[in-house]
Design a protein. Sequence first.
Length: 167
Amino acid sequence: MIRSARARELTQLQDIERAAGKAFADIGMAAIAEDEPPSLKVLGEYEQDGRAWVWADDDDLPVAYLIAELVDGSGHVEQVSVHPGHARKRIGQALIEQAEAWARAQGATALTLTTFTEVVWNGPYYERLGFRLLPDAELTPELREIRAAEAAHGLDRWPRACMRKEL
């Protein structure tokens, strides 16, 4: 079930992201697998602002999470991670749907994200969920800033792009 993240769970969210990230090592993206998740401070800001959700298992323990923000008036998925032990159960899709509902409630008409375009559980997955690749000419100023920060962090070593889904 989806619910808001709790402050006491933030280290678990980091653990979920680390576990989910290990799959990148298997496809030659070890730097991504080794990248640290957001800090407790950053995750805490999302949690306190009501922009962090988890999928909790039957014991009410988080097994996946999503954090979102507003970027140039659109909802934006900053991070979504599903623990590999719970993959392929449409949990990520349900969390994306939660982000869509949140974005609509904020008055947004679209949801955006950045992703690796050639990683099967990234770009192609989001296309199946109704996102489309954004050409550079359609990038908003804040999306350009996000992409520049990602490039500075080394994420552009692999094909990466912004995607958008109309709500």
